[in-house]
Design a protein around this ligand. Structure first.
Ligand SMILES: C[S@@+](CC[C@H](N)C(=O)[O-])C[C@H]1O[C@@H](n2cnc3c(N)ncnc32)[C@H](O)[C@@H]1O
Length: 368
């Protein structure tokens, strides 16, 4: 039988390193970690080959430095539920997961992350008997063996652990290969994307996902740099972007910030993943269950807001002219119509929280 999700693992089976003779084997460590609890009938050997967690030495952060946002607010929201089974769909450094396990000592937690390094790391320190981990895109959450959850958390975007490793290629603050993949074993790197994407796809990344007003200049600069080494490394590419922009564009943030964000979103298919995952998460919520979603930019937040409003039977946008009878009947309620924003204290303690927004939806008790 083939595994239905990515590398589904239980830390109880940690410590099973195996070399699979992959290219550059000297640099590869392969851990395949399987949860016998989740998949009791699985042929373990087949399963290992289908869904290994692949990690390359030098790319992993041994311990997390990620500071989670809205921890207290997420716990408060989950207190509204019967709190037996949770899904942390973006387990990252495990900060929210640990807080959930501590606040609800009887509960079990499923954790997903598309980043194999995150999964490998959290597996080392979360309590084995209460946690199941899955190295997969949350867009596939319906493939988890566990079908219903009392609380589901999404904390979108990147973790500091990913941002801080230059070899992952997310940051222009230190030089590294222009990679930007959250799962470096899948898809194409940002450098390959810049060298091969059609013009309209580049424009969509920089204009729509990066919200860069001078996107045309940057697309032209990328087009002209194809085939040179200026698209291969983070610092060379950041310089190319800065040079393409008019000097008055230089504000408080580095002028390359928006372009890096747009390309990262495109390379990882981030918005499509959210669009696929949220309806699946709604289906997986138990009656009375709570979905909490933390966004870091307006494109993510807009998607969350629109799904939540649709489920709550509200107009989806201000242009939604349908009457109450024409709209979907309410399937639950939004905890607040406006998003929750961080307190001054949280921003002071964790400047990354500045742009964070939390939205909470509770499924109706009578839902099937
Ligand atoms: C902001 S961090 C989460 C931090 C985590 N809440 C904590 O407390 O440490 C976001 C994580 O989500 C993961 N991620 C982003 N998009 C994903 C997707 N589509 N599927 C699975 N994981 C994803 C990233 O790899 C990253 O580890």
């Amino acid at each position: 039988m083939r595994a239905e999700c990515g590398a589904l693992l239980s830390p109880s089976l940690l410590g099973m390193p195996a070399s699979y003779g992959i290219k550059n084997a000297a640099f590869l460590r392969l851990f395949c970690l399987i949860s016998a609890n989740c998949l009791p009938h699985k042929n373990i050997d087949n399963y290992k080959e289908c869904h290994p967690v692949v990690v390359v030495k030098g790319l992993e952060a041994e311990t997390t430095v990620h500071v989670p946002v809205f921890v207290a607010e997420v716990i408060e929201a989950f207190k509204l539920t019967s709190a037996v089974t949770f899904l942390d769909a973006t387990i990252g450094g495990g900060g929210h997961a640990r807080a959930i396990l501590k606040a609800f000592p009887e509960a079990n937690l499923w954790g997903m992350d598309r980043d194999p390094y995150a999964i490998e790391r959290v597996a080392k320190y979360l309590p084995q008997h209460r946690v199941h981990l899955c190295n997969d895109n949350f867009s596939q959450l319906d493939r988890l063996p566990q079908k219903t959850f009392d609380g589901i958390l999404f904390d979108f975007g990147l973790s500091s652990d990913q941002l801080n490793i230059p070899e992952r290629g997310f940051s222009f603050r230190s030089d590294g290969p222009l990679d930007m993949r959250m799962d470096p074993t899948k898809g194409i790197s940002a450098a390959q994307f810049l060298n091969t994407a059609p013009r309209e796809v580049l424009a969509q990344a920089i204009r729509d996902f990066g919200e860069e007003p001078h996107w045309r200049r940057i697309v032209d600069a990328i087009w002209n740099a194809r085939g040179t080494n200026r698209l291969d490394r983070t610092s060379a590419f950041a310089e190319l972007v800065r040079n393409a922009l008019p000097k008055y564009h230089y504000g408080k943030i580095d002028p390359a910030t928006r372009t890096f964000q747009g390309i990262r979103i495109a390379v990882n298919g981030e918005l499509e993943a959210i669009q696929m995952a949220l309806p699946k998460a709604f289906t997986a919520l138990a009656p009375g269950g709570v979905l909490a979603a933390i966004s870091f930019h307006s494109l993510e937040d807009r998607l969350v807001k629109q799904f939540f409003r649709q489920w709550a039977g509200l107009p989806i946008t201000r242009w939604d002219g349908r009457s109450k009878d024409e709209r979907q009947r309410p399937l639950g309620k939004m905890q607040t119509t406006k998003p929750i924003t961080p307190s001054a204290a949280e921003i002071a303690a964790n400047p990354r929280s500045r742009s964070a927004k939390l939205r909470v939806f509770q499924k109706g008790g009578a839902c099937p």
